[in-house]
Design a protein. Structure first.
Length: 86
């Protein structure tokens, strides 16, 4: 997906167009959600995540895994109750 903005009534790309797009080719343009992250923001967040993963301790990984398992169990239990299954 190519990000673009509207300026002076024209749609202007914010990044280079894919090489396989040809002049006159029909495109579908949708309005972006205001909450969408930019490519720079995504890159920044992945860099932070990579750094956190490199420096994590095995104990932290185990604690995270246990908390995720508990969260999944609680979510399943809540759905079952909402569906009247127990």
């Amino acid at each position: 997906m190519v990000r673009a903005v509207v300026r002076s009534g024209e749609i202007r790309p914010l990044e280079p167009l894919p090489a396989d797009w040809q002049e006159g080719q029909p495109l579908r343009v949708d309005k972006a959600d205001d909450g969408e992250m930019t490519a720079d923001e995504v890159d920044r967040d992945f860099a932070v995540l990579a750094e956190l993963c490199e420096t994590s301790e095995p104990e932290d990984e185990e604690q995270l895994e246990q908390k995720l398992l508990e969260a999944r169990r609680q979510a399943k239990e809540l759905v079952r109750r909402q569906m009247g299954l127990g």
